[in-house]
Design a protein around this ligand. Structure first.
Ligand code: ADQ
Length: 475
């Protein structure tokens, strides 16, 4: 019998895994998007757990009832944390996304270290803590996720909660030199040290965190032996590990096999006869390296003219944080590049870049994954990057090549069989596109087989179990 058979799993994250849409006075609840949801939804469904988070609306009327109604479909229950618009602005857009997000992705020049944001971060974390206290029992395994909620354990302990508390960071943890720029650096570290287990995506993230603790919290004792490190802070013991997140491999593979996907009358097959497809799929974000990828693609068309009419980039961009001006500027930059490249190279029967800016239907997503000959994934920095794993899981014919940035967490395990690129190296991206294009079928198949084997084995359920085991063990 596993621990979770007798303990309810409670996930806490900034957002519940839903989107609330209002049309003609009617409210509908839809699935949310993003890596955290893709990874955690199957886990919580399997465990019939509970999810606490902001529901995506400032209106609190009836939301509890509406969420209770969708619980039957989701397989888990949900508890909203109500926030005002001002709180959300300063906590989410402010502290989380104008400070922590760029800093932790090594892009410190994009940070706005505004003190009001910090105050909002603390008060919203307190609100989350309050909701957790009201809606959990001592038998629950409470697992808090991501950079929005690093202060919650401090608040929970202050309120006297004694449950075991675990935390997982989905984004990278920066090197000590970068982390030290944060005006609230010691405070954040000490907040994290209130958890019993802290999980990171990669060994490098874990190492960076331990170095920051050593440098900034000298009273903490760091014992970095074995796969799980230990920190003694005051009378408290904290375990620190790396747990590379993954996907429900089988679910993606099965979805890609469905006849609706095979039969999808996909427009590219009709319009692009004979041309190979390079797939790019990213949330709109400056960390994802979308302009760099397009410049690499343009460079490939310049330097390898034999690729013209033989290859097209299908770039799908999922809208994200659309209220923020930086993201609007990024969108404009991408669209400018699409139009320049298409203007320069397009011919009557061939368009170099097919660009979509919208949230994609799941069946369409599987069809793109399954039928694209190359996936081009070039984040400047990424905690893991699930798109790279989903592409391989859906590539059931083993005829696809994965090109992956060396700065994605996923590269640490997939680097042996993916083609690895430095996203800042435009000519390097171009050369790698060419290498993928001319790769012998036997090599394509061998590499994809290995990638699929690795992801099948290191799937999301293994990730869950290794995290829970680490939390319970007495290393
Ligand atoms: P993200 O930055 O969101 O995740 P990523 O891991 O690539 O990045 O996940 C994107 C997810 O969105 C994929 O699972 C994809 O299937 C999903 N998606 C795409 N289009 C969709 C649509 N139309 N509707 C719904 N979902 C859609 C963050 C970190 C990553 C880390 C993950 C998980 O930034 O580095 O891998 O969390 O820890």
């Amino acid at each position: 019998m596993s621990y979770l058979d007798s303990h309810r799993l409670v996930i806490v994250s900034n957002r519940l895994p839903i989107q609330i849409k209002k049309q003609n006075g009617k409210t509908t609840i839809m699935r949310g998007s993003g890596g955290l949801i893709t990874a955690l939804e199957p886990v919580l469904r399997q465990q019939h757990g509970h999810w606490i988070g902001w529901p995506g609306t400032y209106e609190s009327i009836d939301i509890e009832d509406k969420l209770a109604n969708v619980s039957e479909q989701t397989g888990f229950t949900m508890q909203p944390v109500h926030l005002t618009e001002e709180e959300f602005q300063n906590f989410y857009y402010g502290f989380s996304n104008e400070i922590i997000w760029p800093l932790f992705h090594d892009l410190q020049t994009r940070c706005n270290f505004i003190p009001v944001y910090w105050k909002a971060y603390l008060s919203v974390n307190e609100k989350f803590a309050q909701t957790i206290i009201e809606h959990t029992t001592e038998n629950d395994f409470i697992w808090i996720h991501d950079y929005h909620l690093m202060n919650t354990a401090t608040q929970l302990r202050k309120a006297g909660l004694s449950n075991r508390l675990a935390f997982f960071l989905h984004i990278p943890f920066p090197s000590v030199d970068i982390f030290t720029k944060l005006p609230w650096r010691e405070k954040i570290l000490k907040d994290l040290l209130q958890f019993e287990l802290i999980g990171f995506q990669t060994r490098k993230d874990k190492r960076n965190f331990l170095s920051s603790v050593k440098a900034l919290v000298p009273e903490a004792k760091v014992i970095a032996k074995g796969s799980i490190a230990k920190i003694i802070y005051k009378t408290h013991e904290i375990k620190v590990g790396n747990f590379p997140i993954s996907i429900d491999f089988k679910a993606f593979e099965e979805a890609a096999k469905k006849s609706i996907i095979v039969d999808e009358p996909w427009y590219l097959n009709n319009t692009q006869i004979g041309a190979k497809t390079i797939l790019g799929l990213d949330r709109l974000d400056y960390t994802k390296g979308i302009p760099e990828k397009m410049k690499g693609f343009r460079n490939a068309l310049y330097r390898y003219p034999e690729l013209r009419k033989k290859i097209s980039l299908v770039q799908l961009v999922i809208p994200s944080r659309s209220g923020v001006s930086e993201y609007k500027e990024l969108k404009a930059e991408i669209e400018q590049l699409v139009s320049e490249i298409n203007g320069e190279f397009a011919e009557p029967e061939w368009i170099p870049i097919h660009y979509h800016y919208r949230s994609l239907d799941r069946n369409n997503l599987y069809a793109f994954y399954r039928s694209s000959e190359i996936a081009l994934i070039t984040p400047l920095r990424d905690g893991m990057n699930l798109v790279s794993k989903e592409y391989c899981a859906c590539n059931i014919n083993k005829d696809g090549v994965l090109i992956l940035s060396e700065f994605a967490g996923a590269a640490s395990k997939l680097k042996y069989d993916a083609l690895i690129v430095n996203p800042y190296d435009i000519e390097g991206i171009a050369d790698t596109i060419y290498q993928a294009f001319i790769m012998e079928q036997g090599e394509v198949e061998r590499r994809m087989k290995n990638l699929r084997k690795k992801i099948r084995k290191h799937n999301i359920y293994r990730w869950l179990n290794s995290f829970i085991d680490a939390s319970l063990s007495n290393h």
